[in-house]
Design a protein around this ligand. Structure first.
Ligand code: HEC
Ligand code: HEC
Length: 425
């Protein structure tokens, strides 16, 4: 069902707020420092942010469905720098098997998600002997750096049409530079094909799906969107001694309606993006003139009235005063670009961690909040911004080659000014 035709059961009664939202778009950004919520939350949104925050911060127990295998006990174990909701220098490991005929098995011996920890130490009976997973010998491995989630409700709110129009715009206008981003088209949980926007391959179309995938595969807590446990090292006969089936009152994670995943998603939804450290730096003009902006689109604007689901049946809340008509200064077109042979990942298209993205395609990384990052690039292999710039299609293959050439032709002082601008975002 198209978004606009879904059932809206909850409407915001505060006409004055809708009116304010309608007359001018605002720059949504953290006013109380990183980790604070968006300004102008509706009372129900403020409550949802606080409730979701405690779910995002906490560590889960075996009784609540954690495991039998897990990467870690809570979202905040990875998303924590410089404050919870951020990223980390920590990598997630994915693996599969490339067969001799070139075909790829993403489920090879428990792939694609490596879950190195088992909940055995926490099972009271002591009968569970399950070991954490190891990368099998000969497997094809891909590592990805934890990404921050500040401002991701705004990213979720950007209209699909705006992302698709941007892809068409690039095709028509950036031919000289060879730039033509494409959307990673993915089914959402209402079975609508939509442009993906979350994950380093833009492999998830909605914040809720990204959160449910993290809940299901990173933590090992099944939920209505990830209904079955990942098979430990490929063995789907999971020892019943390794799950604690004690019923927990009010355990909403696994139950119907998906309350648990909605609760956590609301924390990310209302988390404000970082504010730039400085504005009007001279490097901004260079960023625009050499074509960094052709992929790192400075901003999208959210629709005048944003509605979002509050349950899986499509009940919605809106128009949201915090998400409607906002400038989202993310510095990304949210599209996939071929970054050249040197940046090829190891997973081919059509897997759980890529969707339609090919090995060489990556989503333009949003640059907002880059000032606090300590590791860069999809695999965290780059340690500073100048090196990240030089990693754009460095072998002349891929879409960033022409822009990289223009960067290299700049005087050292112009290069420094450009880096200072990027560093301020
Ligand atoms: C073990 C570390 C780890 C844990 C635990 C973890 N994440 Fe992540 N998260 C990552 C990594 C790595 C990525 C990038 C994955 C990718 O691009 O495919 C990511 C990506 C994300 C993104 C998308 C970011 C973007 O740039 O599009 C969101 C949203 C997110 N995680 C939310 C969560 C939530 C909610 C939880 C808890 C339920 C969680 N994560 C638990 C490591 C982790
Ligand atoms: C063809 C599209 C394209 C162009 C042009 C482009 N970028 Fe990028 N940029 C990307 C993609 C895609 C990534 C993610 C690559 C990856 O992680 O594998 C990226 C990543 C980055 C990163 C690393 C961010 C992080 O946190 O890991 C920085 C910094 C950056 N770009 C700055 C620039 C600057 C400055 C310019 C202009 C000189 C530029 N980019 C031009 C597409 C582009």
């Amino acid at each position: 069902m198209p978004l606009t035709q879904r059932r809206f059961t909850v409407f915001l009664a505060l006409a004055s707020i809708s009116f304010l939202v309608a007359i001018s778009s605002t720059n949504a950004q953290a006013q109380g420092g990183l980790g604070s919520p968006l300004p102008n939350l509706a009372p129900s949104e403020a409550k949802a942010f606080t409730a979701g925050q405690s779910q995002f911060f906490r560590l889960w127990g075996v009784q609540e469905g954690l495991g039998p295998l897990t990467s870690d006990g809570g979202c905040s174990r990875c998303h924590k720098q410089p404050v919870i909701g951020g990223g980390a220098a920590r990598l997630l490991t994915f693996y599969g098997l490339t067969n001799p005929d070139g075909s790829f098995d993403q489920f090879y011996l428990g792939g694609p998600f490596l879950q190195p920890l088992s909940n055995a130490p926490f099972i009271k009976s002591g009968l569970c002997t399950l070991q954490g997973e190891q990368v099998p010998v000969g497997a094809t491995v891909e590592k990805r750096l934890t990404a921050p989630v500040f401002g991701f409700g705004l990213v979720d709110a950007i209209a699909d049409a705006d992302i698709l129009n941007q892809a068409a715009f690039e095709l028509n206008n950036y031919q000289a530079d060879g730039i033509h981003g494409v959307a990673n088209m993915v089914l959402d949980y209402h079975q609508v094909l939509r442009p993906g926007r979350f994950g380093r391959k833009a492999q998830q179309p909605t914040l809720l799906q990204q959160v449910a995938a993290a809940f299901g595969h990173d933590l090992g807590i099944t939920n209505p969107l990830v209904k079955t446990e990942d098979c430990p090292q490929g063995d789907c006969n999971i020892d019943p001694n390794c799950t604690d089936n004690t019923p927990v009152p009010n355990n909403t994670n696994t139950g119907s309606g998906g309350k648990g995943i909605f609760n956590i998603s609301h924390f990310a939804r209302f988390l404000a993006p970082a504010a730039p450290q400085q504005t009007n730096l001279p490097g901004q003009t260079i960023f625009m003139s050499i074509g960094c902006n052709e992929c790192h689109l400075p901003s999208y604007q959210t629709p005048a009235q944003v509605f979002y689901d509050t349950d899986l049946s499509g009940t919605q809340f809106g128009p949201s005063p915090s998400l409607s008509n906002q400038l989202v200064n993310l510095y990304s077109d949210l599209l996939l670009h071929d970054m050249g042979k040197k940046n090829a990942g190891t997973f081919p298209a059509n897997t759980l961690i890529t969707n339609q993205a090919t090995q060489q395609q990556w989503r333009t990384t949003p640059l907002w909040g880059i000032f606090y990052r300590t590791a860069f690039w999809h695999n965290g292999s780059i340690k500073d911004i100048p090196s990240a710039i030089l990693q754009h299609s460095p072998d002349g293959t891929g879409e960033a080659a022409a822009v990289l050439g223009k960067y290299q032709a700049l005087s050292p002082s112009d290069q420094a000014a450009l880096v200072a601008f990027v560093q301020s975002l």
